[in-house]
Design a protein around this ligand. Structure first.
Ligand SMILES: NC(=O)c1ccc[n+]([C@@H]2O[C@H](COP(=O)([O-])OP(=O)(O)OC[C@H]3O[C@@H](n4cnc5c(N)ncnc54)[C@H](OP(=O)(O)O)[C@@H]3O)[C@@H](O)[C@H]2O)c1
Length: 302
């Protein structure tokens, strides 16, 4: 269950900034931590008897309200964006983050909603792509290209100059072209494993494919990049020793301010944009249980 409740406003420590959140997102990690799935082992991280993190939400954008006395890089009034992965707390009016955490000033001309919707997918995608030598002359197929990690991977691979094939459902084909994919495959009509094409990298950005099924579509020396499923951990340990195609499962990602600043630069240069499928204003979507009174909170969830 989720409910709206009043909690004490956090107080920034000497090296922290207090941010008034203007927009946040609901992503796969929020859903998994709320549900405590996959069971039973997920509960070791999400909380054995009750949720370890009472306020979910990792991505955010907002305004710096106050700074600790040791903070030199931010000032009250700065528009900022970032991600507080693993510790959460962004589904709230206020949050404290360390000055050196995954946080940066918003790129000029980018709204709070757009800035809130980019960090998690990009940093997860970058973590994988860095292990796969993505550059001009290399070919990559991105499966689940329309999701959070997938839309980030398409745009990053395009930025690095690789030849990008995006796989998604019919309704997202145009989106893929608009993000710069060189080739687009509709998985509801075509199976990429049967068309004879091969790739240097296959990035399963949504955990719905497998190394076994896609191995035949990898070039010699090819990499299957995984984002999900314990079996891929075992394959990542064994496949580099046998054969010439291997699984890479880069976990856990390290969320850094350097990556957020890199992303800021891409957005400012018009080389990266947020993809938002739905927006939920809290004024209308969040009501206290049993009442019709809308929340007074101003933030937007994307
Ligand atoms: N490794 C980590 O640290 C980490 C952290 C967070 C998440 N994850 C994992 O990363 C994966 C992706 O997360 P995400 O946040 O990017 O997900 P997401 O935003 O929820 O992406 C869902 C997308 O997957 C596509 N999809 C659904 N079923 C599909 C199918 N059968 N075949 C192909 N595409 C399908 C949908 O688009 P279409 O309608 O176009 O199919 C949708 O856009 C998940 O498996 C998640 O568990 C890993």
């Amino acid at each position: 269950m989720l409910r709206i409740t009043e909690v004490a406003r956090p107080v920034p420590g000497p090296g922290e900034v207090l941010i008034r959140i203007r927009a946040t997102t609901v992503n796969r990690s929020d859903c998994a931590f709320r549900a405590g799935t996959p069971q039973p082992y997920a509960r070791l991280f999400t909380g054995l008897r009750r949720p370890r993190h009472r306020i979910l939400g990792s991505e955010l954008s907002g305004e710096v309200e106050a700074t600790g006395r040791a903070v030199t890089g931010f000032e009250p009034g700065d528009a900022v964006f970032g991600v507080k992965a693993w510790k959460f707390g962004a589904h709230a009016d206020y949050i404290c983050m360390r000055e050196g955490a995954a946080l940066a000033r918003n790129p000029a001309g980018v709204s709070f909603e757009e800035a809130a919707a980019v960090c998690d997918g990009v940093i997860l995608a970058l973590t994988g792509l860095r292990r796969a030598d993505i550059r001009k002359g290399r070919s990559i197929l991105i499966y689940g290209a329309s999701g959070s990690i997938g839309t980030a991977a398409v745009q990053l691979c395009r930025y690095y100059g690789a030849d990008v094939t995006a796989v998604c459902s019919t309704k997202n084909l145009e989106l893929m072209r608009s993000l710069g994919a060189d080739h687009v495959i509709d998985y509801t009509r075509d199976d990429f494993t049967e068309d004879g094409q091969t790739y240097d990298v296959i990035f399963d950005a949504v955990g719905k494919h497998s190394f076994a099924r896609s191995k035949g579509s990898l070039n010699p020396g090819g990499i299957y990049l995984a984002t999900d499923h314990l079996r891929n951990l075992a394959l990542a340990a064994t496949t580099p020793r046998f054969g010439d195609r291997k699984v890479v499962f880069p976990i856990p990602p390290h969320y850094t301010w350097q990556d957020v600043v890199f992303l800021k630069g891409l957005m400012a240069a018009g080389k990266y944009r947020a993809v938002i499928d739905r927006r939920y204003p809290l004024e209308t979507s969040s009501r206290r249980p049993g009442t019709s009174r809308p929340s007074r909170r101003p933030a937007t969830w994307s």
